[in-house]
Design a protein around this ligand. Structure first.
Ligand code: LLP
Length: 417
């Protein structure tokens, strides 16, 4: 069931609220999220994921406090990659004990902050990091719960920038070094080895690479058990893909069930964890933008819109496809091929190329599936204030982030004396 639907009068609406009304009221560019969609996405996991298995939402996908608050209320733990994300989780009412801390270059400050807050687990990416965590925990007089991130070397068949499970990238510890690394971790006085984790990439649409990775991880868990290093949990990371275009949908229920079946048969005592980001928030948000001008040249038509790569960088950065649809039924009789481009001074600043659209200046367009890696990757490039964010819940629109004011952009800058 789609959250953003076309009403009988042609208006695109969420919970019965026309996006056009919201755009007129709150201005554009505007991120609009649906609480109903968020909840449905959560339930699609939770339904097939009984306790004690856990879900740690990957905060980087969308870290607005209200989104974190809703997910915490639904029962989510959190996967964070910085001290900043930890602070957000705590500010939103999340439980530190349900937090796992991923990331390749955790600083001393971040590790200290996480230990002090009492996070559930560090997902450790190298032996150097392990030594650092052990030393800080010793200073603080505590024991740090750790998992080692192992690189299972499977090809996730996704965009090279977001594939992380192959040998040749910066993430995790190579499978060949895994056993020795766990043996080393188990020898340290101020860490307790509680798990193993992996993350093979993002926007993966087939179940097979996940199950391949799971089998490799389970073989490792078995080997560790033989060496008297029993693990409590296996965290398979995130990466479950969503439909941006006409892709066959990811078989989520099948993945969840087959993963549990594998574990039940091989390591029945293990608790499973996942770190979904995109799959929870991606389709629950849109970016609404207004057409400033149409510009026709001999062989091209551009729709110049008020949202750019600073608001949504995925098309520019990954050539990612987002559907772009008119927010209200068009009065223009003819759809033409248009490039939907932003106001930023870069040729790469586009939201969509060669889209079949009937638009005129002043129209609003919705860029679909913008709930994940949308606002969180936004910048102030070209001194553009970041967009406002709304969450629609039970037919009510709530401003969950005000549009940035210009003065905020340089308030920390100083003129020379
Ligand atoms: N866990 C770890 C350790 C991760 O690195 C990531 C994402 C996730 C979980 C969540 O992955 P998800 O379920 O959302 O696929 N900016 C890119 C995506 C980068 C993903 C980075 N890591 C994009 O816009 O497509």
């Amino acid at each position: 069931e789609a959250a953003f639907t076309r009403q009988a009068d042609g208006q695109l609406a969420v919970d019965g609220l026309p996006l056009k009304t919201l755009a007129e009221r709150y201005g554009t560019p505007l991120y609009i999220y649906s609480d109903a969609a968020l909840t449905r996405n959560w339930q699609a996991f939770a339904r097939h994921w009984p306790a004690p298995h856990r879900l740690c939402y990957a905060v980087k996908a969308n870290s607005n406090l209200a989104i974190l608050q809703r997910l915490a209320q639904l029962g989510a733990g959190f996967d964070i990659v910085s001290g900043g994300e930890l602070a957000r989780v705590l500010a939103a009412g999340g439980d530190a004990a349900q937090v796992v801390f991923s990331g390749v270059a955790k600083s001393v400050t971040e590790i200290t902050q996480a230990l002090t807050a009492g996070i559930g687990c560090f997902n450790v990416e190298s032996l150097a990091e392990l030594d650092r965590i052990n030393a800080i925990a010793a200073d603080l007089g505590c024991i740090a719960p750790v998992s080692l991130r192992i690189n299972p070397d499977v090809d996730a068949q996704t965009h090279p920038y977001i594939a992380t499970g192959l040998k040749a990238n910066k993430f995790g510890i190579a499978m060949d070094d895994a056993v020795a690394s766990f043996v080393y971790a188990a020898s340290l006085a101020h860490v307790k080895v509680v798990g193993a984790d992996c993350h093979i990439g993002s926007q993966i649409l087939s179940v097979d690479p996940f199950l391949d990775a799971a089998q490799r991880m389970l073989d490792l868990v078995a080997e560790l058990a033989r060496r008297d290093i029993p693990l409590q949990h296996l965290d398979m990371g995130g990466g479950m893909g969503i439909q941006y275009q006409q892709e066959a949908p990811f078989a989520l229920a099948e993945y969840l069930q087959r993963l549990q079946a594998l574990v039940k048969e091989q390591q029945p005592h293990l608790t499973l964890m996942l770190e979904p980001g995109r799959a929870l928030v991606g389709n629950s948000g849109v970016l609404v933008t207004q057409v400033e001008y149409l510009k026709r040249s001999a062989d091209k038509c551009f729709a110049l819109v008020d949202a750019g790569m600073n608001d949504l960088v995925r098309p520019a950065l990954y050539q990612a496809w987002h559907d772009i649809v008119p927010v209200h039924a068009s009065t223009e009789p003819q759809a033409t091929l248009v490039d939907v481009v932003g106001p930023v001074c870069e040729t790469g600043d586009f939201l969509g190329h060669a889209r079949h659209l009937a638009v005129k200046a002043g129209d609003y367009l919705a860029v679909m599936n913008a709930g994940a890696y949308g606002f969180t990757m936004a910048s102030n490039y070209n001194t553009r204030p970041r967009a406002a964010e709304l969450l629609v819940r039970a037919g009510q629109a709530h401003v969950i982030r005000e549009r940035e004011e210009l003065q905020q952009l340089w308030k920390d800058e100083r003129l020379l004396p």
